[in-house]
Design a protein. Structure first.
Length: 133
């Protein structure tokens, strides 16, 4: 079980107080990937770095799936606003999903552009998480 369990099934009004722990788990999963990806992009990454980055990505993908964020962002905008009405949560989710996509691109094709975009989105997630506290 994770702090993200059950959010995918929710349709209305997820509040910061109840989502903070889940966001913390997502942020920790992102944090665990960044140093390894940086080494991979710099061509200093080992097979262990690649393996651990892929494992961290799997954990991150599971957490994101448990929140329903990806499907929410593909749905109608009003549904998104109803489920995630608080600004810091919406901004955190946007940053986390974008970072996840960019970091996966780096795993598949190591490059500084996707890594840089992922780092910026990751930092957005960190800032928004701090706003949730």
């Amino acid at each position: 079980p994770t702090a993200c369990d059950g959010f995918a099934d929710r349709k209305l009004g997820i509040k910061v107080a109840e989502y903070r722990d889940c966001a913390g788990e997502i942020l920790a999963a992102l944090d665990g990937k960044e140093p390894r990806l940086q080494a991979i992009v710099a061509e200093r990454g080992t097979d262990d770095d690649r393996r651990e980055a892929r494992q961290a990505y799997k954990k991150l993908a599971i957490l994101i799936r448990k929140t329903g964020i990806e499907s929410d962002y593909r749905s109608r905008p009003e549904a998104l606003t109803m489920k995630w009405p608080e600004g810091p949560i919406s901004a955190f989710n946007s940053g986390a999903v974008h970072a996840s996509v960019q970091y996966m691109a780096v795993l598949n094709y190591p490059n500084a552009d996707n890594f840089g975009q992922g780092v910026r989105a990751h930092e957005q997630g960190r800032r928004c998480y701090r706003e949730m506290r």
